[in-house]
Design a protein around this ligand. Structure first.
Ligand SMILES: [Zn+2]
Length: 309
């Protein structure tokens, strides 16, 4: 299977400080885990800078300007909310994170890759139309979805999210647009507080909240019984995955109890639906995951599964 890996060293220069869970080592661990022989077939590409036009399909011009004008000096960090901040390298990292998501869409639509994993940071699913939040500056998955529609004419795009936190940003951006679909499993209650089962948008949002302590069996049941049937019924032309690995039992930020193998399982299920509706095309974007070893092992299994026929 032709699978691309998109990343960029500038994403290591988003410097959140010594004690922040969303740190550059996360990306280093993921990339090191993708170095072995099993990953030689990956087509490796550098994430380009997203353009204002691409980001502007989701965020208004004054929001983009606000982010661009935060200009920390060397060693300086400027907070945007309680846990989201920018360092000198953050602007380029954020532009490449969004740009990598856009490039991934182009890759699967041009056909030089069937599936793509984008290993970049900062992540995106908490960023709302007008608000940076939860380590996120730009809504990368939503930007990719709108790019697929605007440039490639894909009518219906689905974002599915197995990060342990609810993607409040993606939901807020999608919830009144019937051409977009958002589904998430996540710990509830947990940060950011949204994602109750009754939040359904205009019928295009599916939330499958899981109680703290829920195991892989409960995670798989939520996907099998709730998310996957709704995704299948939506019949997307493209699936974009918000791939966070912080539902792992070792993760320090939440209390779900998934095993590494559960991420392989959900990946294979999504590939099955992509084969039915999307000509096999699937784009996956790194979101959270804060236990470095669990993150690396889970992301590696995710990408190994993408490489399967
Ligand atoms: Zn998360």
């Amino acid at each position: 299977m032709t699978v691309a890996l998109i990343t960029h060293p500038a994403c290591l220069e988003h410097d959140t400080g010594d004690w922040h869970p969303e740190c550059a080592d996360r990306l280093r661990y993921v990339l090191r885990a993708l170095e072995g022989e099993a990953f030689l077939p990956l087509i490796r590409e550098m994430a380009p800078l997203a353009t204002e036009e691409q980001i502007g399909r989701v965020h208004p011009a004054d929001y983009i300007r606000m982010i661009m004008e935060v200009a920390p000096g060397p060693g300086e960090r400027i907070p945007l909310d309680a846990d989201t901040l920018m360092s000198e390298g953050s602007r380029e990292a954020a532009l490449r994170s969004a740009g990598g998501a856009v490039m991934a869409v182009d890759a699967v639509m041009e056909g030089w890759a069937k599936r793509v994993f984008v290993a970049t940071r900062p992540p995106g699913h908490h960023a709302e139309t007008n608000r940076p939040m939860g380590f996120c500056l730009f809504a990368n998955a939503a930007i990719a979805a709108r790019h697929a529609q605007a440039k490639w004419g894909v009518e219906r795009v689905a974002v599915v999210d197995f990060d342990v936190h609810h993607g409040n940003g993606t939901q807020e951006i999608f919830e009144r647009d019937a051409s977009l679909f958002y589904a998430s499993s996540h710990q509830f209650p947990c940060y950011p507080g949204t994602g109750a089962g009754h939040e359904r948008g205009i019928g295009n949002v599916v939330n499958a909240p899981l109680e703290p302590g829920a195991t892989g069996a409960q995670f798989r049941a939520a996907w099998d019984e709730t998310i996957l049937p709704a995704l299948d019924a939506f019949a997307p032309g493209l699936i974009i995955v918000s791939a966070g690995f912080d539902a792992h039992k070792a993760d320090p930020l939440a209390q779900l109890r998934l095993e590494t193998s559960d991420f392989g399982w959900v990946t294979r299920k999504l590939l099955g639906i992509a084969d039915i509706h999307c000509g096999g095309r699937l784009v996956s974007l790194l979101e959270g995951g804060y236990d470095l070893d669990a993150l690396a092992a889970s992301a590696a299994l995710h990408v190994r599964t993408l490489l399967e026929a």
